[in-house]
Design a protein around this ligand. Sequence first.
Ligand SMILES: NC(=O)c1ccc[n+]([C@@H]2O[C@H](COP(=O)([O-])OP(=O)(O)OC[C@H]3O[C@@H](n4cnc5c(N)ncnc54)[C@H](OP(=O)(O)O)[C@@H]3O)[C@@H](O)[C@H]2O)c1
Length: 343
Amino acid sequence: MLAVGIIGGAGYTGAELLRLLAMHDQVDVKIITSREYAGIAVGQVHGHLAGYYQQTFVHPEENLFKNLDLVFFATPHGVSMNLVPALLEQNVRVIDLSADYRLRDSELWKKWYGGVHTSEHLLNKAVYGLPELNRDELLDARLVACPGCYPTAVQLGFAPLLTEGLIDFSNLIASAASGTSGAGRKASLSNNFSEIGENFKSYGVSGHRHLPEIEQELSKIAGQDVKVTFVPHLVPMVRGIQATLFASLKRNAINLQSIFDQFYQSEKFIEILPRGVYPQTRNVRGSNIVQISIERPDDGDTVVVMVVEDNLVKGASGQAIQCMNIIYGFPEDAGLDILGLNP
Ligand SMILES: NC(=O)c1ccc[n+]([C@@H]2O[C@H](COP(=O)([O-])OP(=O)(O)OC[C@H]3O[C@@H](n4cnc5c(N)ncnc54)[C@H](OP(=O)(O)O)[C@@H]3O)[C@@H](O)[C@H]2O)c1
């Protein structure tokens, strides 16, 4: 059995790791941390997990983790970068759900996240954990930087078009909407039900922290600089992201449907919908599945790609477990063979 720890177990992605790992028969969750709830039973904080986890939360003391095989960080940015170097030295693998190791350039980190990166020497060693686009690199990864929730949807939607060189790289547009769990469990005025209910709004239009990550990874796929206009929105639902992507086609006589079908033909978690069938977030709620639909309005030269995912599963904890499965040679869908919850 793989001995794992979760730092940040009281939050939303921590809870989702615990829910999914409860269905994984090769993993034993040994340590679950929370500073606020240290000493309190996990099931008291996450009622839906009460029957599966008998442990209490513990304070994240550094020497707790040295006998583990793997530690997941489900913490805000700025936490893992201080603890990861010691864990790697102790031969503990790390899968980080936060942004600490996603950007390759420490100056970019400084610009978008503020402050100095305390372990920037590891930025180029971390493997970006998007299995469908990066599976080979994950095979012997010791430190995985899991993608953000928006970047997962945007990359999976644009990847076939970029790989085939079918679109103008200089002007991609991603308009995306997320449910409120994307902001985490910590209370704030802007997360308050009265502020979010019966409301739909954009935010971070002048620049969102996920933009440099999206451009970095799309540029890697394209082999040249890719520029994106990214407009995130908040939608009054708990889970789910829909990204609607727009790009200008360079060629006309192409069968986009078959290009996407082929690109993802061996991917269990990616479903390309038949033409004219559009994805909905409720189709993938609670599952690691991403649904994608492609349109070309009026057969013109704009391609529209619609992508849905559950931000807490394929956008975070499910993807982290998928990475773990690849690293340890478990079936890639272990703990993740779940359909969406609809209605
Ligand atoms: N929510 C999503 O949809 C989503 C998707 C993709 C990626 N992510 C990323 O995943 C990470 C976790 O997100 P979340 O939504 O689960 O956040 P969350 O609900 O706010 O939970 C964060 C957890 O981190 C712990 N924590 C905070 N500061 C800490 C510190 N200094 N040391 C140790 N533990 C600390 C908190 O518990 P205590 O304060 O009790 O220790 C809490 O359990 C973030 O980096 C987020 O950007 C989130």
